[in-house]
Ligand binder design. Structure first.
Ligand SMILES: Nc1ncnc2c1ncn2[C@@H]1O[C@H](COP(=O)(O)OP(=O)(O)OP(=O)(O)O)[C@@H](O)[C@H]1O
Length: 307
């Protein structure tokens, strides 16, 4: 059973002049159970809107598709499963003059969660030692981790985090990344995390849905999405790159030189053919490497947009 399912979901906002703005345009998304799933897209592509729609915080266009969370239809079945869903959407609100612990205890009381769970969550996000400091004195990273702790209070089966790394410094980003990885590998939690940071998704997620203009443009295991968007380029190191490039070009390969004196052969040719043609002309290959794209180039290739 997928943890999240969206099929053909659209959401139209009214712009300032009343003109329609399609934030979601027939969006499909399937998040399998367990692990970390990334929702990746440039600003304005519909990440927050889709998360808000899944949580029933925003209504979608009438008759525009279906959504399920933990196998329950959204919004009608949400009351039955919302206790198993933890979410952090936008910066969470806490009382600035209260400590992290007191803030969490208040939330736990409201949700009927025992206070022992507050301590567990503080431990999970590594805030135990600073739990009695006032919230307003926390760094942005600590505030964000407290927000994640709040989302974890109910020991959710599905944890949804909207841009949890936003505004964090590198150390904060690393802490949040490690936390997400830990949660996603505990065997019971599915984490859905949105980001416009390609490296973030690449480092932390098992699978990914890529959005552009409110639509899914790619999805699957991160490694698969990357290889599908693969350029098929091969980088060749030879003693005389200019002559080797001329030979390859004459043999019908599409080639270009690299600034560091290597030859880039485009378009997924079998590497064996490259070495054979070169050897026939007295050029002996010192090194031959397939170029693996990172998520950034894959993303640009897929969406034609800059993140
Ligand atoms: N309440 C709203 N009223 C009108 N338009 C909105 C509203 N919320 C979002 N939009 C528009 O819908 C589109 C999608 O926005 P959304 O916030 O879902 O994107 P996003 O991918 O989360 O981007 P970001 O990372 O910038 O938050 C944008 O064009 C945005 O301006």
């Amino acid at each position: 059973m997928p943890a999240v399912e969206m099929v053909g979901v659209s959401k139209t906002y009214r712009g300032r002049g009343g003109q329609p703005l399609k934030a979601l345009d027939g969006l499909d998304m399937v998040v399998g159970s367990g692990g970390v799933h990334g929702l990746l897209g440039p600003n304005g592509s519909g990440k927050t809107t889709s998360i808000r729609a899944l949580l029933g915080l925003v209504g979608v266009d009438g008759g525009s598709g279906t959504m399920k969370v933990l196998d329950q239809p959204v919004p009608s079945g949400l009351p039955g499963v919302i206790g198993d869903v933890g979410a952090m959407v936008e910066t969470p609100l806490f009382f600035p003059g209260f400590s992290g612990r007191r803030n969490l205890r208040l939330l736990a009381e409201t949700a009927g969660v025992p206070s022992a769970r507050v301590e567990e969550c503080l431990e999970l996000v590594d805030l135990r030692e600073r739990a009695d400091d006032r919230f307003k004195g926390y760094s942005l990273g600590m505030k964000q981790r407290l927000g994640i702790a709040a989302a974890l209070l109910k020991a959710p089966r599905l944890l949804i985090l909207d841009e949890p790394s936003n505004g964090l410094d590198p150390a904060g980003i690393r802490d949040v990344r490690e936390l997400i990885r830990r949660l996603g590998s505990d065997g019971r939690t599915t984490v859905l995390v949105s980001s416009h940071l390609l490296a973030e998704i690449q480092q932390v997620c098992d699978s990914v849905t890529i959005l552009a203009r409110g639509r899914r443009v790619a999805s699957g295991p991160v490694a698969e999405v990357l290889s599908r968007a693969g350029t098929g380029d091969v980088r060749v190191v030879v003693p005389d790159p200019a002559a080797a490039a001329a030979v390859l070009s004459a043999a019908g390969f599409s080639v270009s030189p690299t600034p560091d004196g290597q030859v880039l052969v485009h378009g997924a040719p079998a590497p064996g053919q490259i070495t054979r043609v070169l050897a026939e002309h007295g050029h002996y290959v010192e090194e031959l490497v397939r170029v693996t794209p990172d998520l950034e180039s894959a993303f640009l290739a897929i969406t034609g947009e800059r993140a």
